[in-house]
Design a protein around this ligand. Structure first.
Ligand code: SAM
Length: 235
Protein backbone atom coordinates (compact mmCIF):
# COMPACT_ATOMS: atom_id res chain seq x y z
CA UNK A 1 0.00 0.00 0.00
CA UNK A 2 2.81 2.41 1.02
CA UNK A 3 4.84 1.38 -2.05
CA UNK A 4 1.84 1.86 -4.34
CA UNK A 5 1.21 5.35 -2.96
CA UNK A 6 4.92 6.26 -3.25
CA UNK A 7 5.07 5.08 -6.86
CA UNK A 8 1.86 7.00 -7.73
CA UNK A 9 3.26 10.17 -6.15
CA UNK A 10 6.55 9.73 -8.03
CA UNK A 11 4.66 9.22 -11.29
CA UNK A 12 2.67 12.42 -10.80
CA UNK A 13 5.72 14.41 -9.64
CA UNK A 14 7.52 13.40 -12.85
CA UNK A 15 4.53 14.57 -14.86
CA UNK A 16 4.03 18.00 -13.31
CA UNK A 17 4.86 19.55 -16.69
CA UNK A 18 1.54 18.18 -18.04
CA UNK A 19 -0.36 19.11 -14.88
CA UNK A 20 0.28 21.76 -12.23
CA UNK A 21 3.32 23.22 -14.04
CA UNK A 22 2.11 22.88 -17.65
CA UNK A 23 3.35 25.61 -20.03
CA UNK A 24 -0.17 26.85 -20.87
CA UNK A 25 -0.34 28.58 -17.46
CA UNK A 26 2.38 30.98 -18.64
CA UNK A 27 1.05 31.29 -22.20
CA UNK A 28 -0.07 34.66 -23.64
CA UNK A 29 -3.71 33.44 -23.50
CA UNK A 30 -3.50 32.68 -19.78
CA UNK A 31 -1.65 35.92 -19.01
CA UNK A 32 -4.19 37.94 -20.98
CA UNK A 33 -6.99 36.22 -19.09
CA UNK A 34 -5.48 37.00 -15.68
CA UNK A 35 -4.77 40.59 -16.71
CA UNK A 36 -8.51 41.15 -17.05
CA UNK A 37 -8.80 40.81 -13.27
CA UNK A 38 -6.45 43.72 -12.53
CA UNK A 39 -9.24 45.64 -10.72
CA UNK A 40 -10.31 42.88 -8.33
CA UNK A 41 -8.72 42.50 -4.86
CA UNK A 42 -5.20 41.02 -4.77
CA UNK A 43 -6.36 37.99 -2.76
CA UNK A 44 -8.85 37.09 -5.51
CA UNK A 45 -6.18 37.56 -8.19
CA UNK A 46 -3.89 35.17 -6.32
CA UNK A 47 -6.70 32.64 -5.99
CA UNK A 48 -7.39 32.82 -9.73
CA UNK A 49 -3.71 32.42 -10.58
CA UNK A 50 -3.60 29.25 -8.45
CA UNK A 51 -6.87 28.05 -9.96
CA UNK A 52 -5.37 28.20 -13.45
CA UNK A 53 -2.60 25.90 -12.21
CA UNK A 54 -4.80 23.31 -10.55
CA UNK A 55 -7.59 23.03 -13.13
CA UNK A 56 -7.14 22.22 -16.85
CA UNK A 57 -9.32 25.08 -18.16
CA UNK A 58 -7.79 24.98 -21.63
CA UNK A 59 -8.77 21.30 -22.04
CA UNK A 60 -12.39 22.17 -21.28
CA UNK A 61 -12.32 25.24 -23.56
CA UNK A 62 -10.88 23.15 -26.42
CA UNK A 63 -14.13 21.14 -26.61
CA UNK A 64 -16.48 24.12 -26.79
CA UNK A 65 -17.69 24.97 -30.33
CA UNK A 66 -16.28 28.32 -31.58
CA UNK A 67 -19.72 29.85 -32.11
CA UNK A 68 -23.14 29.84 -30.52
CA UNK A 69 -24.49 30.56 -27.06
CA UNK A 70 -22.71 28.87 -24.18
CA UNK A 71 -24.02 28.60 -20.61
CA UNK A 72 -21.30 28.43 -17.96
CA UNK A 73 -23.16 26.99 -14.96
CA UNK A 74 -21.55 27.81 -11.60
CA UNK A 75 -19.14 30.15 -13.40
CA UNK A 76 -17.44 31.40 -10.22
CA UNK A 77 -15.28 34.43 -11.08
CA UNK A 78 -15.85 33.81 -14.79
CA UNK A 79 -12.41 32.44 -15.72
CA UNK A 80 -13.75 29.86 -18.16
CA UNK A 81 -16.39 32.22 -19.61
CA UNK A 82 -13.76 34.89 -20.36
CA UNK A 83 -11.33 32.34 -21.74
CA UNK A 84 -14.08 31.21 -24.13
CA UNK A 85 -14.99 34.70 -25.35
CA UNK A 86 -11.28 35.65 -25.54
CA UNK A 87 -10.69 32.72 -27.91
CA UNK A 88 -13.60 33.40 -30.27
CA UNK A 89 -15.74 36.50 -30.68
CA UNK A 90 -18.45 34.33 -32.27
CA UNK A 91 -19.26 32.84 -28.88
CA UNK A 92 -21.80 34.43 -26.53
CA UNK A 93 -21.32 33.17 -22.98
CA UNK A 94 -23.73 33.54 -20.08
CA UNK A 95 -22.22 32.69 -16.70
CA UNK A 96 -24.48 31.94 -13.73
CA UNK A 97 -23.33 31.69 -10.13
CA UNK A 98 -24.90 31.73 -6.68
CA UNK A 99 -22.31 34.02 -5.13
CA UNK A 100 -22.80 37.72 -5.71
CA UNK A 101 -19.17 38.63 -4.96
CA UNK A 102 -17.97 36.25 -7.71
CA UNK A 103 -20.52 37.50 -10.23
CA UNK A 104 -19.54 41.14 -9.55
CA UNK A 105 -15.85 40.32 -10.02
CA UNK A 106 -16.64 38.47 -13.27
CA UNK A 107 -18.60 41.47 -14.59
CA UNK A 108 -15.76 43.82 -13.66
CA UNK A 109 -13.24 41.63 -15.48
CA UNK A 110 -15.48 41.32 -18.55
CA UNK A 111 -16.03 45.07 -18.91
CA UNK A 112 -18.79 46.51 -21.11
CA UNK A 113 -17.73 45.13 -24.50
CA UNK A 114 -17.14 41.45 -23.87
CA UNK A 115 -19.45 38.79 -25.27
CA UNK A 116 -19.76 37.30 -21.79
CA UNK A 117 -22.46 38.35 -19.33
CA UNK A 118 -22.96 37.20 -15.76
CA UNK A 119 -26.09 36.53 -13.76
CA UNK A 120 -26.42 35.84 -10.06
CA UNK A 121 -28.79 32.92 -9.53
CA UNK A 122 -29.27 29.32 -8.55
CA UNK A 123 -28.76 26.99 -11.52
CA UNK A 124 -31.37 24.69 -9.99
CA UNK A 125 -34.03 27.39 -10.42
CA UNK A 126 -33.14 29.76 -13.27
CA UNK A 127 -34.38 29.25 -16.82
CA UNK A 128 -31.63 28.11 -19.20
CA UNK A 129 -33.21 29.32 -22.45
CA UNK A 130 -31.80 27.57 -25.53
CA UNK A 131 -27.98 27.44 -25.45
CA UNK A 132 -26.05 25.42 -28.02
CA UNK A 133 -23.53 24.27 -25.41
CA UNK A 134 -23.44 24.05 -21.60
CA UNK A 135 -20.31 23.79 -19.45
CA UNK A 136 -20.03 22.86 -15.77
CA UNK A 137 -16.50 23.14 -14.46
CA UNK A 138 -16.15 21.73 -10.92
CA UNK A 139 -19.79 22.40 -10.07
CA UNK A 140 -21.71 19.10 -10.12
CA UNK A 141 -20.01 17.87 -6.93
CA UNK A 142 -21.50 20.90 -5.14
CA UNK A 143 -25.06 19.94 -6.11
CA UNK A 144 -26.93 17.67 -3.65
CA UNK A 145 -27.39 14.12 -5.00
CA UNK A 146 -31.18 14.47 -5.08
CA UNK A 147 -30.88 17.53 -7.36
CA UNK A 148 -28.21 16.20 -9.75
CA UNK A 149 -30.53 14.17 -12.02
CA UNK A 150 -33.09 17.01 -12.40
CA UNK A 151 -30.21 19.41 -13.21
CA UNK A 152 -28.72 17.08 -15.85
CA UNK A 153 -32.22 16.53 -17.28
CA UNK A 154 -32.73 20.31 -17.46
CA UNK A 155 -29.46 20.62 -19.39
CA UNK A 156 -30.59 17.88 -21.79
CA UNK A 157 -34.01 19.48 -22.35
CA UNK A 158 -32.56 22.94 -23.07
CA UNK A 159 -29.99 21.75 -25.64
CA UNK A 160 -30.83 21.33 -29.33
CA UNK A 161 -30.27 17.94 -31.03
CA UNK A 162 -26.50 17.58 -31.41
CA UNK A 163 -25.90 20.09 -28.55
CA UNK A 164 -23.09 19.54 -26.05
CA UNK A 165 -22.92 19.39 -22.28
CA UNK A 166 -19.29 19.49 -21.11
CA UNK A 167 -18.70 18.49 -17.50
CA UNK A 168 -15.32 18.68 -15.76
CA UNK A 169 -15.63 17.19 -12.34
CA UNK A 170 -13.78 15.05 -9.81
CA UNK A 171 -14.28 11.42 -8.79
CA UNK A 172 -13.20 8.96 -6.09
CA UNK A 173 -11.12 6.48 -8.11
CA UNK A 174 -7.75 7.55 -6.67
CA UNK A 175 -8.27 7.66 -2.94
CA UNK A 176 -5.45 10.08 -2.02
CA UNK A 177 -6.61 12.56 -4.69
CA UNK A 178 -10.18 12.29 -3.48
CA UNK A 179 -9.05 13.02 0.09
CA UNK A 180 -6.89 15.93 -1.07
CA UNK A 181 -9.80 17.36 -3.09
CA UNK A 182 -12.17 16.90 -0.15
CA UNK A 183 -9.77 18.79 2.16
CA UNK A 184 -9.29 21.53 -0.44
CA UNK A 185 -13.06 22.00 -0.71
CA UNK A 186 -13.45 21.86 3.06
CA UNK A 187 -11.02 24.76 3.45
CA UNK A 188 -11.87 26.75 0.32
CA UNK A 189 -15.57 26.13 -0.31
CA UNK A 190 -16.87 25.31 3.15
CA UNK A 191 -20.05 27.21 2.35
CA UNK A 192 -20.86 24.70 -0.41
CA UNK A 193 -21.86 21.03 0.05
CA UNK A 194 -19.61 18.26 -1.35
CA UNK A 195 -21.42 15.47 -3.26
CA UNK A 196 -18.79 13.78 -5.40
CA UNK A 197 -20.05 11.02 -7.75
CA UNK A 198 -18.01 8.13 -9.04
CA UNK A 199 -17.42 8.09 -12.80
CA UNK A 200 -19.43 4.87 -13.54
CA UNK A 201 -22.41 6.27 -11.64
CA UNK A 202 -22.33 9.62 -13.43
CA UNK A 203 -21.94 7.81 -16.76
CA UNK A 204 -25.00 5.69 -15.97
CA UNK A 205 -27.05 8.79 -15.07
CA UNK A 206 -26.02 10.62 -18.24
CA UNK A 207 -26.84 7.57 -20.39
CA UNK A 208 -30.19 7.15 -18.64
CA UNK A 209 -31.06 10.76 -19.51
CA UNK A 210 -30.15 10.12 -23.15
CA UNK A 211 -26.66 11.64 -23.61
CA UNK A 212 -23.96 9.94 -25.68
CA UNK A 213 -20.83 10.36 -23.56
CA UNK A 214 -17.08 10.21 -24.05
CA UNK A 215 -14.86 10.54 -20.98
CA UNK A 216 -11.20 11.20 -20.43
CA UNK A 217 -9.13 11.40 -17.27
CA UNK A 218 -7.16 14.63 -17.02
CA UNK A 219 -5.45 14.06 -13.68
CA UNK A 220 -1.90 13.14 -14.63
CA UNK A 221 0.42 15.63 -12.92
CA UNK A 222 -2.35 16.98 -10.67
CA UNK A 223 -3.24 16.09 -7.06
CA UNK A 224 -6.91 16.44 -8.10
CA UNK A 225 -8.95 13.59 -9.69
CA UNK A 226 -10.04 15.54 -12.79
CA UNK A 227 -12.42 13.77 -15.20
CA UNK A 228 -13.90 15.24 -18.37
CA UNK A 229 -17.29 14.18 -19.75
CA UNK A 230 -18.21 15.21 -23.29
CA UNK A 231 -21.98 14.61 -23.48
CA UNK A 232 -23.84 14.95 -26.76
CA UNK A 233 -27.60 15.06 -27.15
CA UNK A 234 -28.30 12.74 -30.11
CA UNK A 235 -29.32 14.44 -33.39
C1 SAM B 1 -15.40 25.12 -7.43
S1 SAM B 1 -16.25 26.57 -7.92
C2 SAM B 1 -15.96 26.50 -9.69
C3 SAM B 1 -16.12 27.85 -10.32
C4 SAM B 1 -15.86 27.92 -11.82
N1 SAM B 1 -16.71 27.02 -12.56
C5 SAM B 1 -14.41 27.63 -12.11
O1 SAM B 1 -14.12 26.58 -12.66
O2 SAM B 1 -13.56 28.46 -11.76
C6 SAM B 1 -17.96 26.07 -7.83
C7 SAM B 1 -18.91 27.21 -8.13
O3 SAM B 1 -20.23 26.70 -8.25
C8 SAM B 1 -21.11 27.66 -7.69
N2 SAM B 1 -22.37 26.98 -7.34
C9 SAM B 1 -22.55 25.93 -6.53
N3 SAM B 1 -23.86 25.60 -6.46
C10 SAM B 1 -24.51 26.46 -7.28
C11 SAM B 1 -25.88 26.64 -7.63
N4 SAM B 1 -26.84 25.85 -7.14
N5 SAM B 1 -26.20 27.63 -8.49
C12 SAM B 1 -25.23 28.46 -8.99
N6 SAM B 1 -23.92 28.33 -8.70
C13 SAM B 1 -23.56 27.35 -7.85
C14 SAM B 1 -20.37 28.19 -6.49
O4 SAM B 1 -20.86 29.43 -6.06
C15 SAM B 1 -18.93 28.24 -7.01
O5 SAM B 1 -18.61 29.51 -7.53
Amino acid sequence: MKDALASRLTFHALNLHVGLLRPWVNSPAARKLLARYRDVPAAVRLELRLRLHICPFEEVARLVPPDGTVLDLGCGYGLLSLLLTGESNRRRVVGIDLQQERVLAARKAAGPNDHASFVQGDILDVEFGHPSCIVMNDVLHHIPHTRQIPLLQKCYDSLPPGGLLIIKDVDKVTVWKYIWNYLHDFVKNRNLPFYCLDTPILLALLAMIGFQVETSRLDTGYPYPHVLYLCRKPS
